[in-house]
Design a protein around this ligand. Structure first.
Ligand code: ADP
Ligand code: MG
Length: 233
């Protein structure tokens, strides 16, 4: 889906995990524009995954506003927010979160079950899933294999195809290359960027590896955009 202007905008967001007073995260401002690929760097424990959960709307901020493709997440009730997330955001989790007994195609099609507009955009969804898998370098005969039979590199490609199907305007990726060696990382990012560039999709990817920086339009560091309070127990 083509969104122009700003795809993601955070204003004065703050969050504390319930019952955990030792950590708090404040992000005064963060924006991602349409088509922009942004790398968010930060050390382990600096709140990167927490920030992505806030952006995905799986946890609500204590204060501040998170706007995605022109919609303030706080204005959506639980079920509506879940559908909104499925429509607007393709998520690549650190552990990929594939259904182990589902086939490659089942896994790629999964977000479309919750996102009717995204399903419509995918057209012939099985054909679209097959094309994406091919573009991402998965062998054709693998698409009906169970996810738990795949190598890590193949699982990663399936997770990317699942995030991209139906062209959500924003892809969020949480350290998706952490299990790969340097060569595989570069290849993986090239395949991902080829797909996001073709559809003017925005990408916000989190990593602690600054060697990835040169492949992105913009690099932001947690220590520059966020105030993190960590109190030793
Ligand atoms: P990063 O992704 O940068 O490694 P996280 O966002 O995972 O950082 O963690 C930041 C802090 O939030 C840590 O202190 C972590 O223990 C805490 N945290 C993360 N997830 C949860 C959770 N589900 N419940 C409670 N605390 C959490
Ligand atoms: Mg993390």
């Amino acid at each position: 889906m083509q969104v122009t202007g700003t795809v993601l905008k955070l204003s004065d967001v703050s969050y504390r995990w319930p019952g955990r007073w030792a950590f708090s995260l404040t992000v005064p401002a963060l924006t991602v524009k349409a088509g922009e690929a942004v790398l968010l760097l930060g050390e382990s424990g600096s709140g990167k995954s927490t920030l992505l959960s806030l952006i995905c709307g799986t946890i609500p901020p204590n204060e501040g506003a998170i706007n995605i493709a022109g919609t303030d997440l706080a204005k959506l009730s639980g079920g509506v927010r879940d559908r909104f997330r499925a429509e607007q955001i393709g998520v690549i989790f650190q552990q990929f979160n594939l259904l182990p007994f589902g086939s490659v195609v089942d896994n790629v099609l999964l977000p479309l079950h919750f996102a009717p507009k995204r399903r419509k955009r995918a057209g012939d969804a099985v054909a679209e899933a097959t094309n994406l898998c091919k573009a991402l370098g998965l062998p054709r005969d693998i698409i009906y294999a169970k996810a738990n039979k795949l190598s890590v590199g193949q699982q990663q490609r399936v997770a990317v195809a699942r995030a991209l199907i139906g062209q959500p305007p924003l892809i969020i990726a949480d350290e998706p290359t952490s299990a790969l060696d340097a060569d595989s990382q570069a290849t993986f990012l090239e395949l991902l960027f080829a797909q996001t560039a073709a559809h003017n999709t925005s990408l916000l990817m989190v990593s602690h590896d600054q060697r990835l920086s040169k492949q992105f339009d913009r690099v932001v560091c947690m220590e520059d955009i966020a105030q993190v309070k960590r109190i030793a127990a």
